[in-house]
Design a binder for this molecule. Sequence first.
Ligand code: FPP
Length: 239
Amino acid sequence: MSETRAIPRHVAIIMDGNGRWAKQRNKERYEGHIAGVESVRAAVRAAARCGVEWLTLYAFSTENWGRPTAEVDAIMELFCRTVMGEAEDLVRQGVRVKVMGERTRFSEEVLRMIERIESVTAEGRRLTLVLAFNYSARREMVLAARALAERVASGELRAEDIDEADFADALMSRGIPDPDFVIRTSGECRLSNFLLWQSSYAELYFPEVLWPDFGEEEFERAMEEYARRERRYGLVTEE
Ligand code: FPP
């Protein structure tokens, strides 16, 4: 007997708990991030297999610059190393990578890696992996407001004509469908400045498991959880 179940088109994940995972094992925090990369691989594989079209991962928030320099450097290095090492495999899996965030404060090397991974994977059609890197939802909205204000000031747009579509188009997520399902690992129940506009109607899920322990099986469990949810978009539906 075959069964059809709802598959989220866009899954967005706040990868939380690397530091706690490391602490539980008397390891340094960066070792938690290294372990977290294996879960990034697992999430990409599982998302592609489940038929998810968009996967967004919160890899580095604008607030994360406030962490100790050694940890920030370790995450940047890990990002570059992972991007370099995974490029071929991502292409093979049909994964296109997009990096979403402000391209400021990065070293030349990180900027080069971002451009490289985006161009090498540009033809991927199976899954788009959006890496939110130096991303903050409030900052994104402030920049959108500024861009719209400039268009109004130049006479290209009338303030009273600005609608939700104009605002969405001014965000960094332009062209990316809104997430259907937002997951935050480690039991924390917050959105922490992640996709605040885009998640308006998303289903939210807060599994207890720490990010390095969130493997393919956990991803599939999350998909089952999504399939159980009923989405109404504020409407009342007749039975
Ligand atoms: C959150 O755990 C994790 C991060 C801020 C960094 C995530 C980065 C990676 C997994 C590596 C690079 C990513 C890619 C996509 C190659 P936390 O440190 O806040 O954990 P804690 O709350 O337990 O301290």
